[in-house]
Structures are given as structure tokens and as C-alpha cells.
Design a protein around this ligand. Structure first.
Ligand code: PSV
Ligand code: MN
Length: 385
């Protein structure tokens, strides 16, 4: 048990700056009180999640939503708050020029503009000390014949190669896939295989990121995780939960068993721990629930799934598997999944000087009342800002 506790103490879950701003669906963005008005305030909120859970020390930025004049200053602000800048997320999907795509656009001038943005994101990595660039492309087509599928792959490869060459020592990019939306016929990076093939061709600084919301219903995500880890190409996760499409709900909310199965494969494949290189990031938007508690709950959900995955009796499982004991092997896994790990995690927090119950401790802290009264005036940050 002390091994498991030591492993849990090392956990690092990254929260996204955009989760602290207002968000919604294409039908309505709901405003909430106390929402941050700039990236500095977003970091302050993220620091609360870390303060109460002890396992969320990194914050992902999204550019241009988190553009500031002085990135060094922003990074200093983060460290004063006890957190640091995690992945830099690029954004080549919110400009009129990208109607027909960004790096795969048939127009070379638009491709150049998109590439310049990606390179600017690497500059921001240099300035903030970030080691990870996250690339997601909304590129694709809506109609058969609209553009040449193969030529678009060539354009994508060219852009990825230029970004790869710009990466410095200790930096990497993670390529994200998504099977549809906003493109509905072809998406240029629709699945892990496409992302993997591009990354493999480029080299070790290019890896795949698995956004758990970006698969067709019924996809076995833990298989993808096991495969990519085995190939050294799993760079990290964008965790969230989905019932239907890219719902961006709290991770572990829709299907905690799936999250456990994923975390089991992570642990089994050596993807857990500070040196594994696998980043555990959340990519969520809280539309109707309060932002900071939504993140705290999500972090706890990942922690619980991790604890259960660590509890799997590897020796008993291997023995049952080797003996062809189908039911026995399944029972070993289910025993771990069905263990209530909440007391263990509460104990762990207590040992770390934290409250046993992060949700209740945050609610009692008065932080929300403070931001609600202090953050008046100005423009609230929201999805797209
Ligand atoms: C796209 O759906 C995505 O998952 C990418 O990671 C974007 O950067 C992010 O959502 C924005 O929330
Ligand atoms: Mn994502």
C-alpha cells in the first residue's frame, strides 16, 4: 500500500486555462459570476485546484485565448501561485481565413499564416518554459470532391515537418486526432493511426495525444493507449467525458469504468510516473457547473481511477492469464475497480497536509465569494477569449 501511496503522491494532472472561462454550446454560452477576465486570473483559479488537490501543478494555455504582452511575466505569476505553464495549445480554427482549412488549405498564403501561428506557439514555449506544443487541426472537407484528400495529407506533412524542425531541446509536439467536427466528410487527422503515421515519420519529438472525447462510440480507447505506449508514441491525454460526441464533460463522469481501463493500460505500459513522458491533461469546458469545483471533481476522478489501476494485483493477473483462467483474470481487474479508494486518497491528502475532502474544503475557503465580489467590470474570459 505504501508503494501505491508513493505513486499517487507523484501524480501530475494538468488543467486547461479555458475551463475557467465561460463556455457553452453553439446554442448558448452561459455567464457565471467571478469568472476570470484575463490569463492571470485563470492561473489564479487553476492554482486553487492544485492547492486543494495537491496533484494539479500544471496549467495548459491556449493561444490566442491566453495571449499576453509578457509571457515571462505570466510564467512568473504562475510560479508565485505555486503552479507552472504546461502545454501550449495552438489554435488555427477560429479565423475566417481557415474556412477551407489551415495547414491543409489549398491556398499557400493561408497555409503560411497557419504555420506562422504554430511557430509563434513554439516561441511562447520558449518564453514560458513549456515543453509541450499541442496541435489540433479542424481541417477537413464537407463534401466528396471538395478537395484532394491526398494533397491535403502532403500539405499537413509539410507543416508538421516545419514545426518539428523548429522545436528546441527538451520540447516536443503532440498531435491530436478527432474523427469529425467541424468537418463532416473528411477530417485530415481523423484517428490515432493517421496521427501516429505522421509522428513516426518525424521522430521522437512528435507524439500522439489521445483526447478521450474524440472517438466513434464503442471505440476501445484502452487498446489505442496500450498500442501507442508500446511504440513510445503516447504523448498524453486530453481527458474529458462523453455520452454522444465531443461533449467535453468532466472526465470519469460518463464512464468511470472506461477511465479505469485506460489508466490500467497506462500503468501496465509504463506510462505512469514523472519520467514516463505521458501528460495527463484535462480538456474540458464547464458549461453549467461551477468552474473550479468542476475541475477539482475531474482531478479527483482521475486520481480515483489511477488508484484503482495501481491496485490491480499484477502477479495474480499474470498467473490467471497464463493459466487461461478467463474468469479469474477478469475478477482480478474487477476487484481493483470495485475497491472504494476514497478513504485511501483522503488519508493520502491528510498526510500531505491537505484537507481530506477537496470539494468541501474549497467550498469553505471563501475563494468563490472573493472572486465574485472582486471580479466585477471588465470582459469575462470565455470560449474563444
Ligand atoms: C478540439 O475539439 C479540442 O479537443 C482541441 O484540443 C482544442 O484545442 C480544444 O478542443 C479546445 O477546447
Ligand atoms: Mn482536445
Amino acid at each position: 500500500m505504501s508503494d501505491i501511496k508513493a505513486a499517487l503522491r507523484q501524480q501530475s494532472i494538468e488543467t486547461p486555462s479555458w475551463a475557467y472561462g465561460n463556455s457553452g454550446t453553439r446554442f448558448k454560452v452561459f455567464a457565471q459570476e467571478g469568472v476570470p477576465r484575463d490569463p492571470y486570473e485563470k492561473l489564479a483559479d487553476a492554482a486553487q485546484v492544485h492547492a486543494f488537490t495537491g496533484v494539479a501543478p500544471r496549467v495548459s494555455l491556449h493561444i490566442p485565448w491566453d495571449k499576453v504582452d509578457d509571457y515571462g511575466d505570466l510564467a512568473r505569476h504562475a510560479s508565485e501561485l505555486g503552479v507552472r505553464i504546461g502545454a501550449i495549445n495552438s489554435n488555427v480554427f477560429q479565423d475566417d481565413d481557415y474556412r477551407l482549412g489551415s495547414v491543409t488549405n489549398p491556398d499557400p498564403a493561408v497555409r503560411r499564416k497557419a504555420l506562422d501561428h504554430l511557430l509563434e506557439c513554439v516561441d511562447i514555449m520558449d518564453l514560458t518554459g513549456s515543453d509541450t506544443l499541442k496541435l489540433w487541426f479542424s481541417d477537413g472537407t464537407n463534401y466528396p470532391g471538395q478537395d484532394d484528400i491526398r494533397a491535403r495529407q502532403d500539405r499537413l506533412a509539410e507543416a508538421l515537418s516545419a514545426v518539428y524542425d523548429r522545436l528546441g531541446e527538451g520540447q516536443r509536439f503532440l498531435l491530436e486526432y478527432k474523427f469529425f467536427e467541424p468537418a463532416f466528410y473528411v477530417t485530415d487527422v481523423p484517428d490515432w493511426g493517421t496521427a501516429y503515421a505522421h509522428c513516426l515519420r518525424l521522430g521522437p519529438k512528435a507524439q500522439v495525444v489521445v483526447d478521450t472525447g474524440h472517438h466513434a462510440p464503442g471505440t476501445n480507447i484502452e487498446f489505442i493507449v496500450a498500442f501507442l505506449l508500446r511504440e513510445g508514441k503516447l504523448g498524453g491525454f486530453d481527458f474529458n467525458s462523453r455520452f454522444y460526441a465531443d461533449d467535453d464533460l468532466m472526465v470519469g463522469a460518463a464512464d468511470p469504468f472506461q477511465l479505469f481501463r485506460i489508466m490500467y493500460e497506462v500503468v501496465r505500459g509504463g506510462g505512469y510516473g514523472p519520467d514516463s513522458g505521458v501528460a495527463f491533461m484535462l480538456d474540458q469546458c464547464h458549461n453549467i457547473e461551477p468552474k473550479i469545483p468542476g475541475q477539482i471533481r475531474s482531478v479527483m476522478n482521475v486520481q480515483e481511477a489511477t488508484a484503482k489501476a495501481l491496485l490491480v494485483d499484477g502477479d495474480a493477473l499474470a498467473a490467471a492469464q497464463a493459466a487461461g483462467d478467463v474468469l479469474g483474470a477478469n475478477a482480478v481487474l474487477m476487484d481493483a475497480y470495485n475497491t472504494d479508494v476514497r478513504p485511501l486518497l483522503a488519508e493520502l491528502r491528510e498526510e500531505q497536509g491537505l484537507d481530506r475532502d477537496p470539494m468541501a474544503a474549497y467550498a469553505r475557503s471563501g475563494y468563490f465569494e472573493k472572486i465574485r465580489t472582486e471580479r466585477v467590470g471588465g470582459r469575462q474570459a470565455g470560449w474563444g477569449a
